[in-house]
Design a protein around this ligand. Structure first.
Ligand code: PHE
Length: 520
């Protein structure tokens, strides 16, 4: 056995690894398929030209989504580390980018868990339609007990309990490690999710009015193609939906055995995620078509996304539809499963980074990360002010966290350290999809430009009109400060030296490239 192989085995024993390519692909799909697919995509497509939106969407997938996915796969797989370690191995000075991504993931985990907790409650509520006749009043009043925007420490037991359940489940999964925890969760949840969601779609399609819903979603408005906002929406959806730019895919690929076809995997993951998105569009708009018909209004009047779609429109549909309880359970359970596997992926970014840097045991790293995260989550989001904080953090982290770190890291990788040729060669060693000059052109020019374009638009929009009509101090604290803090904290942690036994040369030394691996 060669030294490399045994080094690999040691590293795997220490850090954990996926048992094979299939598990990696399922975990990557588990991260990509999340709330964004179910409650974001259908409405974004509807609002931005319906059927015509498929064109910018596909262009965004092929020119930025899959190419960017390939960058992250190559980074993690070649340098075999968490986001900070992979960046440090790429070039010492870029480590801070990895920690910035870790910070963003920590923030996302804090609030994403709350939404999953709500969906968990609503899965149970579906059986009896516990939300009654007025789901809107129920959600904000009876369930969240939302008061005025502000911050309170009044706990809402109805949210506290499911949120605690979500965190206990998370701690257990994360403590079990890469293969038995992270990998196994996706291996179980993703097939179940696909079956449950497909059943929901079939059920929704049989509802009266479903066809009108689909007409509304797919009716193409070709004039939208001339609107830059539509293109920004397409690229934005692709970046968010594929979970690229914030370290998840770097982390997951570092757990994949060497000599694995990574470029083929990127194609499978990218297309599966979009396939699920399309399926979600069909299911959601069939159900909205029914809702519109039942209340005698146009589909446009009931179409929404996000919290409004999941916690207000869907309960209304469940109230009115034949076998509504089945629809409710399938829908909310799908949200829980899709969200949980995404949540596991963001937490893994943080845990993996802590483990690489401080060499702690899996269980200890899990506790060090998840306990503070769970406490912040429980204190922040199971109080009567949780919904406002959540809305603000979500808005700012999505824009000035994820988008900004994505564009900065892309520019640094492509232009700062000029790593693309190295990464391309790595991908081509075992990849089934040949990666050539077109890829370098796409990721060094098209991707950063698309990201920068969206970012500038978003920036101008918030400057013009402060978000959501919240008090200024709340926007400053939970929006700007939170987004800035993760970046600053990231670059500060990067100054902590690695332990002497952590080699930063992995990946670039020829002996670590296992082309000649079976020298006895
Ligand atoms: N891809 C996820 C989605 O579509 C985005 C995401 C991943 C968000 C992980 C948070 C955490 O919902």
């Amino acid at each position: 056995m060669s030294t490399t192989t045994s080094q690999d085995e040691q590293a795997e024993a220490r850090r954990g690894a996926f048992s094979g390519r299939r598990v990696f692909i399922l975990a990557a799909i588990g991260s990509a398929v999340g709330l964004g697919n179910i409650w974001r995509f259908p409405y974004v497509a509807y609002e931005n030209g319906g059927g015509a939106f498929m064109l910018p969407y596909l262009v965004a997938l092929l020119t930025a989504g899959i190419p960017f996915l390939l960058v992250e796969y190559a980074l993690g797989h070649k340098y075999r580390g968490s986001a900070p370690l992979s960046f440090a191995r790429l070039s010492r000075r870029t480590e801070g980018l990895g920690w910035w991504q870790v910070g963003i993931c920590f923030m996302i985990a804090v609030y994403y868990a709350a939404v999953i907790a709500w969906a968990l409650s609503y899965t149970v509520f579906s059986f009896t339609q516990a939300w009654g006749e007025d789901p809107d009043a129920f959600f904000f009043g009876d369930y969240l007990r939302a008061g005025d925007p502000g911050v309170t420490l009044e706990f809402v037991p109805g949210v506290l309990v499911p949120l605690a359940v979500v965190w206990v489940a998370l701690v257990a999964v994360m403590a079990l490690g890469v293969s038995r925890g992270v990998g196994a969760t996706s291996v179980i949840f993703i097939p179940v999710l696909i079956v449950a969601f497909a059943a929901l779609v079939v059920q929704a399609l049989t509802l009266p009015g479903a066809a009108q819903g689909l007409d509304a979603l797919f009716a193409p408005d070709w004039s939208t193609l001339a609107d830059p906002a539509v293109w920004a929406a397409a690229y934005g959806q692709i970046f968010f939906s594929l979970s690229i730019g914030f370290g998840i895919m770097i982390t997951y690929s570092s757990y994949v055995h060497r000599r694995t076809d990574m470029s083929g995997s990127a194609l499978v993951v990218g297309l599966s995620n979009s396939g699920f998105e399309l399926l979600a569009g069909i299911g959601v708009f069939a159900a909205l078509g029914f809702m519109a018909q039942a209340s005698g209004v146009a589909v446009g009047e009931v179409a929404t996304s996000g919290i409004g779609l999941a916690f207000i429109a869907f309960p209304t549909i469940v109230n009115e539809a034949p076998a509504g309880a089945v629809i409710g359970v399938l829908f909310f359970a799908s949200l829980v499963m899709a969200g949980f596997t995404s949540l596991v992926s963001v937490l893994e970014v943080v845990i993996s980074a802590v483990r690489d840097k401080f060499e702690t045991s899996r269980v200890r790293a899990t506790l060090v990360v998840t306990i503070p995260c769970a406490l912040i989550s429980l204190i922040g989001f199971s109080t009567t002010s949780g919904i406002y904080v959540l809305d603000i953090v979500d808005h700012f982290i999505n824009r000035f966290g994820i988008l900004l770190v994505a564009v900065v890291s892309m520019v640094v990788i492509a232009w700062g350290v000029r790593a693309l040729p190295r990464l391309r060669d790595h991908l081509n060693r075992d990849g089934s999809v040949p990666v050539r000059g077109w890829w370098i052109a796409l990721v060094s020019v098209v991707t950063p430009l698309a990201l920068a374009f969206i970012l500038v638009r978003e920036l101008l929009a918030v400057i013009e009109e402060p978000y959501g009509g919240y008090p200024q101090w709340m926007l400053v604290v939970f929006g700007w400060l939170a987004a800035a803090l993760v970046a600053v904290a990231g670059f500060a942690i990067a100054r902590v030296p690695w332990r002497p036994e952590t080699s930063l040369d992995v990946g670039d030394r020829p002996e670590n490239d296992t082309t000649a691996r079976s020298q006895p």
